[in-house]
Design a binder for this molecule. Structure first.
Ligand SMILES: [Fe+2]
Ligand SMILES: [Fe+2]
Length: 322
């Protein structure tokens, strides 16, 4: 045979290096796009207050709204510290740039939300123990991979779902127009995880991968239990928890898919080693269990009993860990 290796597939396939370079270029782009889309938090908030008047919460929804805003406020502060830590410790310059840009965004997210809460003039309730434990564990972990999984994959996707839910709940007009600025930035932050995590995950040993999975499960457990303590608050705000959780899961599914869409020559499974995609496997079943389709009130007695017990112990833990 004269042409044993015909057709020359390499002509259309990207080499491993080319794929890696393309990803690094996209990582660096996150920094430049971040710079192009930077918004002046002081001006945006002042303009919105001038347009709608000082923000005031409707008394019936005030308490639950403040509880949720407190989680978002401290979440932003944690995201700031975590991304600054990533910026310092990541070695690849392109990913370092992306993390630096994120730290700049998170600083703005924190001070604008703080100023918004000051304009509301209401005292901010203290953070519940479960949310605190979650954020502290991501702040404290020594592992870059755990930090990126916790922040980029779990916290950012939950934050995105909450921001969207709050906008749709039409809580208050200043907040309603402010949060889309946050959403745009957070969507970019997810990109750091999508583009950079596969490179770190692919190098994990089986033991390292198991540790990532365990860390992820612990975070998801804290997020779910934290959500259980907020059932009544979400209901009072008109936010449907089943939809929030479903949206978070879809976002995480998209992230995992994007991570897998590396390049034709990449070992696809390596790119997500140790990661659990909640949209696959048990995720939808857990969703149905936590937030039954027909509502908790219409679930069978045994189901309500387990959910009730879980909610009570989650509330207990939330207070005990605070
Ligand atoms: Fe943020
Ligand atoms: Fe973020």
């Amino acid at each position: 045979m004269k042409y044993p290796s015909w057709p020359p597939y390499r002509l259309v396939e990207e080499s491993l290096e080319a794929t890696a370079e393309r990803k690094l270029a996209r990582l660096e782009r996150l920094y430049h796009v971040g710079q192009d889309q930077v918004w002046d938090g002081r001006k945006v908030l002042a303009d919105l207050i001038a347009k709608h008047g000082p923000p005031r919460l409707d008394p019936a929804r005030k308490e639950p709204a403040l509880k949720l805003l407190s989680i978002l406020l401290w979440g932003e502060l944690a995201a700031w510290a975590i991304s600054a830590d990533l910026a310092e410790r990541i070695e690849d310059v392109e990913a370092k740039l992306a993390a630096t840009s994120q730290a700049h965004d998170e600083a703005r997210h924190f001070y604008v939300l703080r100023d918004y809460l000051r304009a509301l003039g209401e005292p901010v309730p203290r953070l519940g123990g479960l949310a605190r434990r979650l954020l502290v564990s991501i702040l404290e972990t020594e592992s870059l991979v755990h930090k990126l999984v916790g922040m980029q994959l779990l916290v950012e996707s939950n934050a995105l779902a909450l921001f969207r839910g709050l906008v749709e709940a039409e809580l208050e007009p200043v907040l309603g127009e402010l949060l889309p600025y946050y959403e745009k930035d957070e969507a970019r932050h997810v990109g750091l995880g999508v583009l950079y995590l596969p490179r770190l995950l692919a190098d994990l040993s089986p033991f390292g991968a198991a540790k990532v999975a365990a860390f992820q499960l612990r975070c998801v457990g804290l997020l779910m239990s934290g959500g259980m303590t907020m059932r009544e608050e979400f209901r009072a705000l008109g936010m449907v928890q089943r939809e929030l959780a479903g949206r978070t899961m879809r976002l995480q599914d998209e992230i995992v898919r994007d991570m897998l869409a590396g390049g034709p020559n990449e070992n696809r499974r390596d790119a997500v080693r140790g990661l659990i995609n909640p949209a696959k496997g048990f995720g939808p079943r857990i969703l149905d269990f936590l937030h039954p389709k027909g509502g908790v009130e219409n679930a069978p007695a045994w189901h309500r009993a387990i959910l009730g017990a879980w909610t009570r112990s989650a509330r207990f833990a939330d207070r005990a860990l605070a």
